[in-house]
Design a protein around this ligand. Structure first.
Ligand code: CTP
Length: 405
C-alpha cells in the first residue's frame, strides 16, 4: 500500500467487542493505520490496553482526557480518518448517532467526521428488530452511513436469531472495499456470471461441473471495490455473499440464460466466468427415476442406462449477437488442450472483445484453488498474466477491460 490509510475503529458496548480486537489486528497487518475509540460500555468487555497493543496506537475513550494528543482530539481524529468502522454498534450508540448526541468520544468524533462511516449493529434480535432501533438505522442509512447487516445465529444471550456481528474477516473486507481502490469504475453497470450450472436429470439428481465460482466472485468483488454497480448471476457455490454486489441465484444453464439476457441491455460490461453446461438432459423426469422402472438393457443390464442430452443455449454467443454499441463482452475459456487456439476461435465465433483463457493443465490454475494463470486474448494481441491470486487476476482483467473500452 503506497500511503497508509487511516481507519478509525469505533467499539461500543457489546459482547462482540472481543471480536473487534481481531479486526484491529487484521487491519494493522494489512498495513492500515488503525485508531480505536471505545465507549464506556466497550471498556466493560475489553480493556483499552488490548486494542492499544493490537493497533499500535493510543486508544481514546474520553473527550476531555488531558492525555489526549490534542485538546480537540475528536476533531483531529474525525478529520484525518479515511474511513470509520463502528463494530459492534450497540443500540444505544446507534440511537445517539441518529440524533446527534455527542456525550462520549465516539459519538462526538462521528459528528466531526467527513469520511465514510460503516456501522455493524450487533445486539439481541428483539433489540435489533425494535422499531426504535430500525428507525434509527433508517435515519443513518438516509444520511449515507453504510449499514452492515448482522448475521443470524446463536446469540450470546442464548436466543437464536439475527443480531450477530459478522466475522472479523467479513468486516475487514468491507473496510477494504471502501478504501483500498481507486474508484475508476464508478457509474458503470457490470454483470458477472460465476459458478457451475446444474442440469436436472430428475428431482433428485443433476449433472454439473467442478466450477467453484471463485474466479467470478473475485471479479465481482474487485469491480465493486472499483466503484461499479455489480450484478452477479451465480450458480450454486459454497462461497459467502459478496458485499456491495447484487447476487442473482440460478441453477440451470437456462436459468442463467434468462437472468443474463434480461439484464444485458442495461450493462456496460459483461464478464462470463461461469462454467455453463453445454448439454442438459433432454427429458428430465418429473419424479425420481427408480431402478425398478428401468427397462434393463439386454446385454448390460441397468449398467447400460443412458440419458439423452440436448444442447443448451450459448449465452455468450447470444450476447455477442445482440450486443449494443459500447458494450464490452468478456468470456472465459477453460481448456485442457490447445488453449490459445481454442480461445482464439471463441473470441471470433462468439463476437466478444476479450477471452480470458485458462488451462486445467497449468499448475496454479483451475477450479477450486485461490490462484489462476490467465492468458488474455483480444483482437489485437495476447497478454500472459503471471500466476497470481484470483483477486489479483480479477484486478488485472478489469485493468485490461478499462484500458480497452
Ligand atoms: N458459455 C455460455 N453459454 C454456454 C456455454 C458457454 O455463455 N452455453 C460461455 C462461458 O461462460 C465462457 C465461454 O462461453 O465465458 C466459453 O465457455 P467454454 O465452456 O470454454 O466453451 P464452449 O463455448 O462451451 O465450447 P467447448 O465446451 O466446446 O470448449
Amino acid at each position: 500500500m503506497e500511503d497508509k490509510k487511516k481507519v478509525l475503529l469505533g467499539v461500543s458496548g457489546g459482547i462482540s467487542a472481543y471480536k473487534s480486537v481481531y479486526i484491529a489486528s487484521g487491519l494493522k497487518k494489512k498495513g492500515y493505520d488503525v485508531h480505536v475509540i471505545m465507549t464506556e460500555g466497550a471498556e466493560k468487555f475489553v480493556t483499552p490496553l488490548t486494542f492499544e497493543t493490537m493497533s499500535g496506537n493510543k486508544v481514546v475513550t474520553d473527550v476531555f482526557d488531558p492525555a489526549n494528543e490534542t485538546p480537540t482530539e475528536h476533531i483531529t481524529l474525525g478529520q484525518s480518518a479515511d474511513l470509520v468502522l463502528i463494530a459492534p454498534a450497540s443500540a444505544n450508540t446507534i440511537a445517539k448517532l441518529a440524533h446527534g448526541i455527542a456525550d462520549n468520544m465516539l459519538t462526538t468524533t462521528m459528528l466531526a467526521c467527513t469520511c465514510p462511516i460503516l456501522i455493524s449493529p450487533a445486539m439481541n434480535t428483539h433489540m435489533f428488530e425494535n422499531p426504535a432501533t430500525q428507525e434509527n438505522l433508517e435515519i443513518l442509512r438516509r444520511r449515507g452511513y453504510e449499514l452492515i447487516e448482522p448475521a443470524t445465529g446463536m446469540l450470546a444471550c442464548g436466543v437464536e436469531g439475527k443480531g450477530k456481528m459478522p466475522e472479523p474477516d467479513v468486516l475487514i473486507g468491507y473496510v477494504e472495499q471502501w478504501i483500498s481502490k481507486e474508484k475508476d469504475m464508478e457509474g458503470l453497470n457490470v454483470l458477472v456470471t460465476a459458478g457451475p450450472t446444474e442440469e436436472a436429470v430428475d428431482p433428485v439428481r443433476f449433472i454439473t461441473n467442478h466450477s467453484s465460482g471463485k474466479m467470478g466472485y473475485a471479479i465481482a468483488r474487485m469491480a465493486a471495490r472499483r466503484g461499479a454497480n455489480v450484478t452477479l448471476v451465480s450458480g450454486r457455490t459454497a462461497l459467502p455473499r459478496e458485499p456491495f454486489v447484487e447476487t442473482v441465484d440460478i441453477l440451470s444453464a437456462e436459468d442463467m440464460f434468462r437472468a443474463v439476457t434480461e439484464r444485458a441491455p442495461g450493462m456496460d460490461i459483461i464478464i462470463k466466468a461461469a462454467a455453463v453446461a453445454d448439454f442438459t438432459p433432454a427429458n428430465p423426469a418429473g419424479e425420481k427415476i427408480k431402478k425398478a422402472d428401468l427397462v434393463p438393457n439386454e446385454t448390460e443390464g441397468f449398467g447400460g442406462m443412458s440419458i439423452s442430452l440436448a444442447p443448451t443455449r450459448d449465452i455468450l454467443a447470444y450476447l455477442g449477437e445482440h450486443r449494443h454499441e459500447g458494450q464490452f463482452l468478456c468470456g472465459f475459456a477453460m481448456e485442457t488442450q490447445n488453449l490459445l487456439k481454442n480461445a482464439a476461435v471463441k473470441l471470433v465465433k462468439k463476437n466478444v472483445d476479450m477471452i480470458c483463457a485458462n488451462s486445467l493443465r497449468t499448475r496454479g490454475a483451475g477450479f477450486a484453488g485461490d490462484t489462476n494463470v490467465v492468458t488474455i486474448l483480444t483482437r489485437d494481441g495476447i497478454q500472459q498474466l503471471p500466476l497470481m491470486s484470483k483477486l489479483d487476476t480479477a484486478d488485472a482483467i478489469l485493468d485490461e477491460i478499462m484500458k480497452r473500452r
